[in-house]
Design a protein around this ligand. Structure first.
Ligand code: NAD
Ligand code: UGA
Length: 467
């Protein structure tokens, strides 16, 4: 279908995936012109900000690539129509959250943003266009996209001569980057997955990645395997975390130590030692929604036992967060009234400013419910974002956002480490101890601090997965 070389790429959605992914493609393929479009003007303005610290996403290494490519072959704008019109390839990289109402609410994926993207493509695209699903989607979404595209006027009309007729190829190319390591993951991925129905389009998309990814790492499948593999990958990863977190509770009961157990278990090469870190439960925008999506799919096909199996991962995750809140309350004499608690870290993991589904949200809310005053510090999450997640008219006075860990912990009864930011490892804990109200507690939910040292200083220490 493509007589001429691929030149123009459009990406709909300038979020955590669209922005970094397109930046890396632009960086590796200087001959391609990449237009990243979003309907959110504020976000686009932030992507175009001259001060690189004001990019909408904090991601190590991203600023350097943006500096190199932006304005050359990488453009951020709200010009949806123009960018679609000229595009040979369009990546759909919009949000796909869990539906909050209607059929399948609480489980199914809300496809309204994908649908609106497909409708825009149907209107504005010209000639042959490869439409790539970059968002994580329920199996069979490609069918929906195809239906919308094939209903477009230009596609249907028999009167339109061939070069002017709209035609489409749908490709599934899910993204596996993790936040905080997005650039590293994009530059050196474990694999690139490309699912499709026609070999030419699969090859065109493969050829883009082949510029920097080893050919052996590029896997091509049919559309449905590709869509399903993305959901399953996230389900397997989340399953490991819920497994290790469930074992952390047994360790606390029995005198075993979760770090020793995961080391012993993870050295079995069949199991592997990655993704076995215990913590306050997984956060992030995707694990929960993608498992819920898988659960919905199982129930849709009448696979109730399979659905229940995967749903348990989410139940354990919530249970882990709740048990941490309860432990803090229990250790602080059963009440948090008139107590100040310093929260160290609000993002869902280190090296990102993303707070979506962060365990810090539920745990903070539980503590406020017990009348605690929270002093929250995170090196990357803005004050406004933290307040948006947890504040209400009722609890405003109980929440203070601090500029440093020292400020947060002054006169506090306890410090709870909820995100494993590096800077927490090298704090002057002796100074912090002296400034806190006694008895001073540290709750280390990431098992990242030196427990022995803290105890020597005089802290009472609770560290996840050991006693
Ligand atoms: P995001 O919310 O950060 O960004 C999505 C963007 O799409 C938003 O800025 C929104 O304004 C824009 N948008 C929505 N509909 C639009 C439309 N019709 N026209 C123009 N712009 C539109 O989301 P994200 O984190 O980048 O995730 C995007 C997809 O990638 C999701 O399906 C997610 O599951 C998947 N994913 C995310 C990650 C991650 O680490 N965040 C990793 C892999 C896959
Ligand atoms: C995850 C996957 O790792 C990516 O492959 C996938 O592309 C992405 O979801 C997605 O589809 O959105 P992300 O959520 O950015 O990436 O970050 P992870 O590193 O997977 O961490 C997720 C959560 O699990 C975090 O809250 C993290 O603290 C927690 N975690 C991770 C643990 O508690 N223990 C671990 O050993 C690893």
């Amino acid at each position: 279908m493509f007589k001429n070389k691929i030149k123009n790429i459009c990406c709909i959605g300038a979020g955590y995936v669209g922005g970094p992914t397109m930046a890396v493609i632009a960086y590796k393929c200087p001959d391609l012109v990449i237009n990243v479009v979003d309907k959110n003007l504020e976000r686009i303005e932030a992507w175009n900000s001259l001060e690189l610290s004001k990019l909408p996403i904090y991601e190590p290494g991203l600023d350097k690539i943006i500096q190199k490519c932006r304005g050359k072959n990488l453009h951020f704008s709200t010009k949806l129509k123009e960018s679609i019109e000229t595009a040979d390839i369009i990546f759909i990289s919009v949000n796909t959250p869990t539906k909050t109402k209607g059929l399948g609410a609480g489980y199914a994926c809300d496809l309204k943003w994908v649908e609106s993207s497909a409708r825009e493509i149907a209107i504005y695209s010209q000639g042959h266009t490869i439409v790539v699903e970059k968002s994580t989607l329920p199996v069979k979404t490609a069918e929906t996209i195809k239906n919308i595209l094939h209903s477009s006027e230009g596609y249907k009309s028999e009167n339109i001569s061939k070069p002017n007729r709209k035609t489409y190829s749908i490709i599934s190319n899910p993204e596996f980057l993790a936040e905080g390591t997005a650039i590293k993951d994009l530059i050196n991925p474990d694999r690139v997955l490309i699912g499709g129905e026609d070999d030419e389009s699969i090859e065109i998309i493969s050829n883009i990645y082949k510029r920097w990814v080893d050919e052996n790492k590029i896997i091509s499948t049919n559309l449905w395997s590709s869509e399903l593999s993305k959901l399953v990958s996230n389900a397997f990863l989340a399953q490991r975390i819920s497994s290790v977190n469930s074992i952390s509770a047994i360790c606390e009961m029995t005198g075993a130590n979760i770090i020793e157990v995961t080391r012993a278990v993870g050295t079995d090469s069949r199991i592997g030692d990655k993704f076995l870190n215990p913590g306050p439960g997984f956060g992030g925008s995707c694990f929960k929604k993608d498992i819920l999506n898988l659960v919905y799919l199982c129930r849709y096909y009448g696979l109730e036992e399979v659905a229940n199996y995967w749903e348990q991962i989410i139940k354990i995750n919530l249970w882990q967060q709740q048990r941490i809140s309860k432990l803090v309350i229990k250790n602080l004499f059963g009440t948090l009234s008139n107590k100040k608690i310093a929260i160290f870290g609000f993002s869902f993991k280190a090296n990102t400013n993303d707070t979506r589904e962060s365990p810090s949200i539920n745990i903070s809310k539980d503590l406020i419910e017990e009348s605690a005053v929270l002093a929250i510090y995170d090196p990357q999450v803005s004050k406004g974002q933290i307040l948006k997640e947890i504040s209400s008219e009722k609890n405003n006075e109980n929440i203070h956002i601090c500029k440093s860990p020292i400020e947060a912990s002054k006169d506090a009864d306890a410090v709870i480490v909820l995100t494993e930011w590096d800077e927490f490892l090298s704090l002057d804990w002796e100074f912090i101890f002296k400034e806190m109200r006694q008895p001073a507690w540290v709750f280390d939910t990431r098992v990242c601090l030196n427990k022995k040292l803290l105890k020597k200083i005089g802290f009472k220490v609770w560290s996840l997965g050991s006693n």
